[in-house]
Design a binder for this molecule. Structure first.
Ligand SMILES: C[S@@+](CC[C@H](N)C(=O)[O-])C[C@H]1O[C@@H](n2cnc3c(N)ncnc32)[C@H](O)[C@@H]1O
Length: 274
């Protein structure tokens, strides 16, 4: 007799069903995250057990789609963690200025605020014209929102505040136009952004890039999956390339820590050694 509980068996079977049916692999995501999201969907859907959810995933496409959306947390902000962007200006921009062409990968870009923030920063530093930003996510719905670049007006105050605290050189209002209750990002910011569907767990190396952002994504993964993704990032970065993680993330538990220098310990910015 094993000590694994029935609900753990049900969750493992559900994640296997999602993988086999939809091709999305959540089997190595953190248990706490998966349990939280499934409990909330159980409560909303009126289903009684995770096994009932498994039946729905296999026989109800709309339900499977909703559950996929539940499992990918998409919370994000423009200039999220302003201190991080301040550090980018101080520690990373001088490195990027030495390159004739710059390729940047935002892995898990959600609705695009992070990529637009970077586009603004690059423009202010005179680097946008020689940059290409690859913004990827595995959630197509959120990627479509990112591509549209239309956000709710009630976010502007917080975003303007973040921009100012991050060391923004202009006025945030230079970068959007307001329309009823929405604001629309300046079209010229999109010129060098490529939006693409990419799954870090199941897809391979994305491109050879100078900078990778992967913030507030790896926290949802178990350690061994994080290790695989770190390897993917290491292989995708050029020598001397920069890896930017979120404040709750790190790479000290992987052997790859020896292969990076720390550019900013607090902001989790690392430079791949030559
Ligand atoms: C919390 S958001 C973070 C957005 C942004 N990086 C930030 O820090 O503001 C996490 C994003 O990662 C995406 N994501 C989760 N697992 C992924 C995977 N295996 N491949 C690609 N994107 C993934 C989710 O769809 C979601 O949009």
């Amino acid at each position: 007799m094993t000590s694994i509980s029935i609900s753990e068996i049900e969750i493992a079977l559900l994640l296997e069903a999602i993988y086999q049916k939809c091709g999305y692999d959540f089997r190595q995501y953190s248990e706490a995250h998966i349990k939280r999201r499934l409990s909330s969907r159980l409560a909303i859907s009126g289903l009684k057990t995770v096994s009932e959810m498994q039946f729905q995933v296999l026989h109800n496409e709309q339900f499977a789609y909703t559950l996929l959306h539940d499992l990918s947390i998409t919370v994000t902000e423009m200039f999220r963690d302003p201190e991080f962007y301040k550090s980018l200006r101080q520690n990373v921009i001088p490195i990027l200025k030495t390159y004739p062409f710059i390729k940047i990968w935002h892995a898990g870009c959600s609705s695009g605020e992070e990529a637009y923030s970077m586009a603004i920063l690059l423009r202010e530093e005179g680097l946008y014209e020689r940059s290409m930003i690859y913004a990827t996510d595995f959630n197509q719905k959120i990627l479509d929102k990112a591509k549209a670049g239309v956000f709710q007006n009630d976010l502007i105050k917080d975003y303007t505040n973040n921009y100012q605290m991050s060391g923004g050189l202009e006025s945030f209002s230079d970068y959007y136009t307001s329309n009823y209750n929405m604001f629309i990002m300046d079209q010229s910011l999109k010129k060098n952004i490529v939006w693409a569907n990419h799954n870090m767990v199941t897809d391979s190396v994305f491109a050879e890039v100078h900078v990778i952002f992967c913030r507030n994504v790896l926290i949802y993964f178990k350690k061994n999956l994080q290790e695989n993704i770190h390897l993917l990032f290491y292989e995708s970065l050029i020598n001397g390339g920069v890896l930017c993680l979120g404040s709750k993330e790190g790479l000290y538990f992987t052997d790859l820590k020896y292969k990076y220098d720390e550019l900013d310990k607090k902001q989790k910015i690392f430079k791949k050694k030559y």
